[in-house]
Design a protein. Sequence first.
Length: 101
Amino acid sequence: MIPMPAVDFPGQLEAEQAAAGADFDAAIAEAFGPESAIEIEKRLVEGDAGDALVSESTGADLVVVGSHGRAGIRAALLGSVSRHVVERAACPAAVVKAPGN
């Protein structure tokens, strides 16, 4: 992680949003293919991942989160977004482990 000053350089926020959007689109295409048969609502939200997912769970049918497979001291030190969501979501939550975990 690179420390950044707490200022917005002209165009920085838009560039970060565009990069995040491109990464998001690529992940959706990899997971579901370019022509998904299911309806997917994509939403980029700024803030803490766990809190954002819990907030968005209100009115949702299901929240699906990935797991890095961290356990023990690593999970305690790094926290667990999936655990946070499972414990606090307003709807059912499913945790999907990454391949190999």
